[in-house]
Design a protein around this ligand. Structure first.
Ligand SMILES: Cc1cc2nc3c(=O)[nH]c(=O)nc-3n(C[C@H](O)[C@H](O)[C@H](O)COP(=O)(O)OP(=O)(O)OC[C@H]3O[C@@H](n4cnc5c(N)ncnc54)[C@H](O)[C@@H]3O)c2cc1C
Length: 374
């Protein structure tokens, strides 16, 4: 195929790239997704699968409305995917909890949520702080050490690996070209189009969307943009399958649709996805048992680490280039939560050729340009 046949080249075949590419294809655009090979480092293969709201946005109030928008759009997004592929990604939004194991932890949680909601312009997450009895009404298996916690009705979860696969199937069904082992080394704008150099081929497209996770830091300057990143490692522990006992997801623990229990919310500065810090897994497991004593006798069947795509302040970056019109960045942590927004809101903006400043203006990387003295 002549390379210039593409309307948009999406760089990166992780969750952010494929959600955006699918949204572009729904807008009738001819799309190519350029990705690395099977063994690439991908947050999309190792995440915790929460569609999470309650704690998002302290420091950038616009992020509260953005997160809530995606949470509200998720059921429709899952339904569209099911209609196109026949696959159910098992999205549920029963409301979620964050549990505290001491009064001090509970106070810290309440104070964080208060500061979050007191920000001018913050969306109302309807979050409540509950005591042990209030929590036990909805989570009957909690341990005595749980003093309370926070609950938000907008929190949910999904089968994230099935989501990833389903999006790839949906791309295929819509005729999107997916090119693995096509790592983009250089991007150049010539005339009206972008030329993307990859090992096997040069690809030409009218627009380019950078969705390469942490690698956006290297790619963005090629099109006059910036994406300051600080990748971090997270570890997850998975148990054998159990009878259904946990209807609601927690920040650090959830029962999957298949019955296993996923535990984890660790943060390490490492960028090595091959290692596991045993002390970290042990701490995660110890807290989980204090929260749910029935987990004490359960076997762990798997544990892994994965590298988070993390911008320098933790909030998303959505940008369009002034010097290279037609180049966009789509980059964030919380790519599961925000998948509905990327497919149904950001992709149509890219298809039209301009980001809607009222919706995503606050997420420009220009926020990092503020001089240190300010
Ligand atoms: C432990 C952990 C738990 C998490 N839990 C949650 C959660 O509960 N809820 C939630 O919403 N989010 C969660 N996340 C975050 C979520 O997984 C990420 O936000 C999301 O997967 C990011 O997707 P991505 O496509 O940007 O990045 P990635 O999945 O990292 O994909 C980037 C892609 O770009 C490709 N690429 C890189 N460089 C190039 C190049 N030069 N050319 C072509 N392709 C390139 C890579 O090969 C890769 O396929 C978690 C992440 C981790 C690590």
């Amino acid at each position: 195929m002549a390379a210039s046949d593409y309307d948009v080249a999406v760089i990166g075949g992780g969750l952010v790239g494929v959600a955006t590419a699918w949204g572009l294809a729904r807008e009738g655009r001819r799309v190519v997704v350029l990705d690395e090979g099977d063994r690439a480092v991908r947050a999309s293969r190792g995440n915790f699968a929460l569609v999470w709201v309650q704690s998002k946005g302290l420091g950038l109030p616009a992020y509260t409305a953005w997160t809530l928008r995606s949470s509200e759009a998720w059921a429709g997004f899952a339904q569209l995917l099911k209609e196109e592929t026949g696959f159910d990604v098992c999205f549920e939004r029963p409301g979620g909890f964050h549990l505290a194991l001491s009064e001090q932890e509970l106070e810290a949680r309440a104070s964080t949520l208060k500061r979050l909601h007191n920000q001018p312009g913050a969306a109302d997450y309807r979050t409540e702080i509950l005591d042990h009895v209030g929590i036990a009404r909805m989570l009957p298996d909690i341990g005595r050490e749980v003093v309370g916690g926070s609950y938000c009705p907008y929190d949910g979860h999904v089968n994230s690996l099935r989501l990833f696969r389903t999006l790839h199937m949906a791309l295929h069904a819509r005729g999107v070209t997916y090119l693995p082992s096509h790592r983009v080394e250089a991007i150049e704008r010539r005339g009206d189009e972008f030329r993307l150099s990859t090992g096997p081929a040069e690809i030409r497209a009218a627009k380019v969307a950078l969705a390469a996770g942490n690698a956006n830091m290297r790619l963005a300057p090629m099109v006059g943009l910036s994406a300051p990143m600080r990748p971090e490692r997270g570890q997850i522990v998975v148990t054998e399958r159990l009878r259904p006992f946990l209807r609601h997801p927690l920040t650090t623990l959830r029962q999957t649709d298949e019955g296993t229990v996923m535990i984890g919310d660790s943060k390490e500065e490492s960028t090595d996805p091959t290692g596991i810090t045993l002390g970290v897994s042990a701490k995660e497991a110890e807290r989980a048992v204090r929260q749910f004593p029935l987990l004490a006798d359960v076997n762990v069947v798997r544990t892994w680490s994965a590298i988070r795509v993390m911008t320098r302040d933790g909030f998303p970056i959505y940008d369009e280039s002034e010097s290279h019109p037609g180049a966009f960045t789509v980059c964030c942590h919380s790519g599961v939560t925000l998948a509905a927004n990327h497919a149904l809101t950001v992709a149509p903006m890219i298809a039209r050729g301009a980001l809607d400043k009222a919706l995503v203006g606050p997420f420009s990387a220009r926020r990092f340009d503020v001089p240190a003295a300010v």
